[in-house]
Design a protein around this ligand. Structure first.
Ligand code: SF4
Ligand code: SF4
Length: 335
């Protein structure tokens, strides 16, 4: 891993070396902050970015995508993938962790998802350390922090001399290095940029996956937690790690296309079977599923927590349900 140091004006010059890439950065647009494609000249020289309303998930797993086109009697045709290589710049470390969860599901299990794979391989991720905690985020509860690399290709830190960039990607290191005044090989963790503010707080003692399952699966807790839930799925659509999708064929006569769209385990129809039976008939079961998937099943399957602590589900829940409170309740669980 290479640690590169830059005087204030020089880091932006370095990004001029990536002319074949498209840049996607957080751009404030009214009350929303989407990731938008911008020309190199529009990258803010102070590298200050708002947190995005949705996470980088929308660029790697779009809300809707055509998988293939079909015409009766002919072979299916996959859409041509024509995207330029791109750099997602300015997202927060928690959203890099969200990408790691998506990678675990779409790339590290069989079959590999070819659509996600193409986009991921076409994308460099350069995060910026968080300047401050937001009202509802809690990555530090979960053992992470605002300066964590979390699988990013590089992370930018503001420093007293200008900027420091910790890079684990050769393409980034080699292009930026000529604009830096100092570079040295470091191990992650011994980076001298660990000047990131940390909160002094008690971390709830999270239960292990086995304990979650055996202790709380049939508890009344879920009835209570879900009693004010509207089942709107806003939490899952905004979540950087929720990856459930639906597949639909849209036809017109003999022609059509197969489309993948986001779906949500919070919807009644998500698990509704053709027989009419629904194994998760009420919000109690759906809320339990959503929580245990993040805090038990994903850790069990992939060895990584399925929640990044980004706090978006708290920000957007119309009923004011706070997943931190659920974590606390579950962590203090006494059978
Ligand atoms: S569950 Fe909530 S806090 Fe956790 S990653 Fe999803 S949106 Fe963020
Ligand atoms: S956003 Fe809130 S009300 Fe809507 S499904 Fe999620 S927990 Fe329920």
């Amino acid at each position: 891993m290479l640690l590169l140091k830059f005087y204030p004006q020089d880091l932006l010059k370095g990004f001029g070396e990536f002319s074949e890439y498209s840049f996607f950065v957080p751009v404030k647009d009214g009350e929303k902050v989407p990731l938008k494609e911008v020309p190199y000249e529009a990258i803010p020289p102070d590298f200050k970015f708002d947190r995005t309303t949705f996470s980088a998930k929308e660029l790697l797993l779009p809300p809707e995508e055509t998988i293939f086109y079909f015409l009766r009697g002919k072979d299916v045709q996959e859409p041509v993938f024509e995207e330029k290589p791109r750099i997602i710049l300015g997202i927060r470390p928690c959203d890099c962790r969200g990408i790691q969860v998506l990678e675990a599901n779409f790339l590290k299990t069989q079959p590999v998802d070819p659509y996600f794979k193409k986009r991921r391989e076409n994308t460099l991720v350069i995060s910026v350390s968080c300047p401050e905690f937001q009202e509802n985020c809690f990555c530090d509860y979960l053992g992470d922090g605002p300066g964590a690399m979390n699988g990013a290709d590089a992370i930018i830190f503001p420093t007293t001399f200008g900027w420091a960039v910790l890079s684990q990607n050769q393409a980034i290191s080699s292009r930026l290095e000529k604009f830096s005044f100092n570079s040295l090989e470091v191990d992650e963790g011994e980076c001298e940029c660990a000047i990131i503010p940390r909160r002094e707080k008690d971390e709830p003692p999270l239960l292990s996956p086995e304990e979650y399952l055996s202790l709380i699966f049939n508890d009344e807790l879920w009835e209570e937690i879900s009693s004010t839930c509207l089942g709107c799925a806003s939490c899952t659509y905004h979540c950087p790690t929720c990856y459930c999708f639906d597949i639909q064929d849209i036809t017109l006569g003999p022609a059509g296309k197969r489309v993948r769209t986001y779906d949500s385990c919070m919807f009644n129809q998500y698990t509704l079977e053709a027989s009419g039976h629904n194994p998760r008939p009420s919000l109690k079961e759906r809320w339990r599923q959503r929580f245990l998937h993040k805090f038990s099943y994903i850790p069990y399957l992939f060895g990584i927590l399925g929640c990044t602590g980004c706090g978006r589900c708290i920000d957007v829940c119309p009923s004011g349900i706070d997943i931190r409170e659920v974590i606390r309740r579950v962590s203090e669980f006494k059978p």
